[in-house]
Design a protein around this ligand. Structure first.
Ligand code: MLT
Length: 393
């Protein structure tokens, strides 16, 4: 019997599990302190009315003979796939409903989609970036080349002369730096992928935060992407489904490599290993995508964007360099006083009782940086920023 020894090569715990472990231990030793978390990107606003009404109705249906639903289609109910298809339509993107796969969230699909690829493929992963991309490939022992995301390139790496790779991860709006690729930049990545027969894994989980209509919310708004990209998206950030769990992945039928259709392969993988998302959750997700549901979700997103604006304003007043926050819930800042990321994490926790996410957890280029999120409540964000000003102002 042999175990997967690649687990010995990855950090002992997942970034957000490690942050949570440290915060729990701090809370235990400081029981009278009011700790505010601006760390993990978890939402704080309740679900919108359209979603809760649909959830209640669908749950009640489940208790009736005529409305009961057992196993659903592995790819998701047609009513939700068609709702996602119409949502893409509002961006001017034509996606076939059969290319849409409903899942329990982008994180699972980003990891699971690797089942379709040989372990020898080389992956290109921005550094810093959402740690799931790195950890899942390290678990499989796949060779990784990091794309330097640094201040000089606005934390948005671009294809370079001599670059080689089979799988390319792009996240826009970006986690952790909160910055967004322009159409021209994404076009360059699409052209690169087409030329190298590579596949782009495009993580669009934060697309709902984009307010500038000239910025792309989907890779499929870029010509040629339907031949080289898969898009992972989620209701977590758009509609606060972090606790409900629902997302979708678009695998265009036009995506073919070595004579094999990736859409067909993913369908085969999902029908074998996945039994679908609960019926009431899918009904709630479909309600989110109605005009009424989207308007309600936008109200919540506006609250988060205002939190992010407040964080940005506070950092400006304190003379702290930062980016992000305009089309993203995340603010990416340089640790004051040249502290390293974990040092600043401890300082902020001990001096202000505020939790953030150390930049080094997202990759080596994240060292010396730190991420704060606008997903807190306005009251807590305000309190946290008052404390921040007192300590670092
Ligand atoms: C984050 O904080 O980066 C996200 O919440 C993680 C996630 O969505 O899985």
């Amino acid at each position: 019997m042999k175990l997967n020894h690649h687990f010995e090569e990855i950090s002992e715990s997942y970034l957000f599990a490690e942050v949570s472990r440290r915060v729990q231990s701090y809370r235990k030793s400081h029981p009278d302190h009011e700790v505010i978390s601006l760390g993990i990107g978890d939402v704080t606003r309740p679900l919108c009315t359209a979603a809760t009404q649909a959830l209640v109705k669908a749950s009640q249906e489940q208790g009736t003979q005529e409305g009961f639903h057992g196993y659903g289609p592995e790819q998701g109910y047609p009513f939700l796939r068609e709702a996602v298809q119409s949502y893409y339509g509002t961006m001017g993107v034509q996606v076939e409903a059969e290319d849409i796969f409903i899942s329990d969230g982008a994180k699972s699909d980003l990891g699971n989609f690797l089942d379709l690829f040989d372990r020898e493929n080389t992956v290109l992963i921005p550094d810093p970036v959402y740690p799931v991309y790195r950890d899942t490939n390290q678990m499989a022992g796949r060779p990784i080349r990091y794309l330097n995301a640094v201040r000089e390139n606005g934390f948005l790496p671009m294809p370079e002369e001599g670059m080689e790779g089979d799988i390319i991860y792009l996240c826009s709006p970006n986690n952790p730096a909160g910055v967004v690729y322009t159409r021209e930049q994404l076009q360059k990545w699409v052209d690169f992928a087409l030329e190298h027969e590579a596949i782009i894994f495009f993580d669009a989980a934060y697309e709902g935060f984009i307010r500038d209509s000239s910025l792309p919310r989907s890779i499929f708004t870029i010509p040629g992407a339907e031949k080289c990209a898969v898009e992972f998206c989620s209701f977590s950030k758009l509609a606060g489904f972090t606790g409900l769990r629902c997302g979708y992945t678009v695998v265009p039928h036009t995506l073919v490599r070595e004579g094999m259709s990736l859409r067909k392969m993913w369908l085969r993988r999902q029908t074998t290993k996945f039994n679908g998302v609960p019926y009431p959750v899918q009904r709630a997700a479909a309600a989110v995508l109605t005009p009424e549901g989207l308007a309600q979700c936008r109200e919540s997103i506006e609250v988060y964007r205002q939190n992010a604006a407040l964080i940005s304003q506070t950092l400006k007043e304190c003379g702290v360099w930062h980016t992000g926050g305009a089309h993203s819930p995340y603010i990416w800042l340089e640790c004051p006083g040249k502290m390293d990321s974990w040092e600043f994490f401890d300082t902020l926790l001990e001096k202000a009782d505020v939790v953030g996410t150390p930049g080094s957890g997202f990759g080596k280029n994240g060292e010396g940086y730190f991420r704060l999120t606008g997903f807190g409540t306005p009251e807590n964000t305000q309190k946290a920023m008052e404390r921040f000003r007192k300590v670092f102002g």
